[in-house]
Design a protein around this ligand. Structure first.
Ligand code: SF4
Ligand code: SF4
Length: 100
């Protein structure tokens, strides 16, 4: 079961322009990804909005395998800053796991 935590979502919003809430899970962004992340960005964004910190940590390998190339953003009809949002998830992981 996912443990929701509003504080984590607020923390992500405080890191930068975290606009994952614009994602409506259309799936268009996955077609161009050269890496083929183990988890879809839209799923990561659901975890983030729910503040499911443990699930975000579980997906650390995928989050750090993103190239931040932004190819996916060309397909997004909502203008989600996918790469930047993923970068902020990295920062969240670094702060929580390594106190960086
Ligand atoms: S920014 Fe990340 S998720 Fe988007 S296409 Fe590049 S590698 Fe894939
Ligand atoms: S293309 Fe944009 S709106 Fe669609 S799933 Fe990807 S991030 Fe969400």
């Amino acid at each position: 079961m996912i443990k929701a935590n509003q504080e984590i979502y607020k923390q992500l919003l405080s890191i930068g322009d975290f606009n994952a809430s614009k994602c409506f899970s259309c799936g268009s962004c996955t077609a161009l990804c050269p890496v083929g992340l183990d988890i879809l960005p839209r799923t990561l964004f659901r975890y983030a909005i729910l503040g499911a910190g443990d699930k975000i940590i579980e997906e650390s390998d995928a989050i750090f395998s993103c190239l931040l190339c932004r190819l996916c953003e060309e397909m997004c009809p909502e203008g989600v800053n996918i790469a930047e949002n993923i970068r902020m998830l990295r920062q969240y992981i670094a702060e929580r796991e390594y106190n960086l």
